[in-house]
Design a protein around this ligand. Structure first.
Ligand code: MN
Length: 450
């Protein structure tokens, strides 16, 4: 079944789920355990000190797990993301579903919502998708937002000036609240789809449904005019208040540094729909899972943009050290001398927050930083292969940039080999492997494993 529970069962079978049986607190303790397992297995906290609801996190913590959820090979992930964004499939709407087993009043302090870092303003919901319809009923938007718990029935929502912000502004102009469905604990395909950068007017639910081969089912909320996946574990029904804002933050964003505190809108919760024995899903801000969910759609856009300017693109990686957001490595099959720089320009255009990008040849593994550095060491010359672009728009999160005007300097490194020199000079030396040595190595391998 395409829901979180079904996926967790799959992970358990493949040893990718670790159960934490000792009780931990939702204040810092769960986050500290998650930090330890960053880039590792999904983590299920069976006992939470503050209540009876189990918490799962790090579900999408590796690229391989996301690919498993989407039933796609790692090399084909970007193509799958682009394909879904070009061919969205409207999900079926049904009356009922597991998420409507229990209908109750909101009581946020009863939920195991994590407080992650030392200076955080309070407990934050970080894994929820927020779905809303435009006030004119013409389109739907689904996106991920951090939500700060203010009291039992109020949340502050960080609205980056993108689609949900626009819908909120439209409602505000009419003096109306904006109805939202806040869905938590979902199949990874839905979470990933919610971060895709499709134009306004295309519902990210339809992207999720394309990922899920038409299996996604939605249901209308009980109290608000918004839709939620029927297989979600928990849905908070709310309205973004047109008249109330509060200071939101401090809270670290994807870079792991504290984002600035700003006035942000408040959501008034009016109801809760949930499964009887629901699981709450958490996500460690600035962890690998955060980087992947936020970055993969951008990686796919870079891949797509670069393949339009050079004939063959190998891999694209928004690196972990670059927080899955600011640094890209791209491998290409270079055919003319300028291909590397054209690929760099395409990458910067495809992902405006991108700050540094490195282009390498196909023999370099974009996920292996030692390999990438070797390419820079043996194929790059600063006077010819460096691209510096001043005063361009960058990430608002980067503390070293002009955060008020969102201006930054972008640097591209073309570490592809120069074509005017013999290719032989740039090849890595190989050691021939005889049949005998292959067998010897196999035996040694087994010894190392046992
Ligand atoms: Mn959107």
């Amino acid at each position: 079944m395409a829901d979180l529970r079904g996926f967790l069962k799959e992970l358990e079978k493949s040893n990718e789920l670790i159960r934490v049986r000792n009780p931990v607190s939702i204040k810092f303790e769960a986050a500290a355990v998650l930090k330890k397992f960053d880039q590792g297995p999904a983590v299920l906290f069976e006992k939470i000190k503050e209540g009876a609801t189990p918490v799962v996190a790090n579900v999408c913590g590796t690229r391989e797990r996301i690919c498993k959820a989407l039933n796609v090979r790692v090399e084909a992930l970007h193509a799958k993301i682009i394909d879904a964004s070009l061919h969205p499939v409207r999900p079926k709407v049904v009356k009922d579903g597991p998420v409507k087993e229990i209908l109750e009043k909101p009581k946020l302090t009863k939920l195991p919502i994590l407080t992650h870092y030392e200076k955080d303003a309070g407990p934050y919901i970080t894994s929820a998708i927020v779905a809303a319809n435009s006030p004119d009923g013409k389109c739907e938007n689904v996106s991920i937002h951090r939500l700060l718990v203010l009291d039992d029935s109020h949340l502050a929502i960080r609205l980056v000036p993108r689609h949900l912000y626009q819908l909120h502004e439209m409602a505000k102009k009419r003096g109306k609240p904006l109805d939202v469905a806040i869905a938590i604990s979902l199949h990874p395909a839905i979470s990933l789809a919610a971060t895709s950068s499709v134009p306004m007017g295309i519902s990210e639910y339809a992207i999720a449904n394309a990922f899920m081969h038409g299996e996604l089912r939605l249901t209308r909320c009980e109290h608000v005019n918004a839709y939620a996946p029927t297989d979600a574990e928990l849905v908070l029904e709310g309205r973004i208040n047109p008249n109330r804002e509060v200071l939101e933050g401090p809270m670290p964003d994807i870079l792991g540094t504290y984002d600035i505190t700003r006035k942000q809108p408040v959501i008034d919760l009016v109801g809760v729909m949930r499964r009887r024995n629901f699981i709450y899903q958490a996500l460690l801000p600035a962890g690998q899972e955060h980087q992947l969910l936020m970055g993969l759609a951008r990686e796919a856009k870079i891949w797509d943009a670069v393949r339009h300017v050079v004939p063959v693109v190998g891999g694209v990686s928004l690196t972990s050290g670059g927080c899955g957001w600011l640094h890209a490595i791209i491998s290409i099959k270079k055919q003319s001398e300028g291909d590397g720089k054209n690929a760099l320009m395409a990458a910067f255009a495809a992902h405006p927050s991108l700050k540094h990008a490195i282009v390498v040849d196909m023999d370099i593994d974009v996920f292996n930083m030692k390999d990438v550095e070797w390419a820079i060491a043996t194929r790059f010359h600063g006077d010819e292969d460096l691209l510096v672009i001043r005063n361009v728009r960058g990430s608002s999160l980067d503390p070293s940039s002009d955060q008020e005007r969102e201006l930054t300097t972008k640097v591209g490194i073309d570490a592809t080999r120069p074509l005017h020199k013999p290719a032989e000079k740039f090849k890595r030396a190989r050691i021939p492997e005889s049949q005998n040595v292959k067998e010897v190595l196999k035996k040694l391998d087994r010894k190392l494993v046992s």
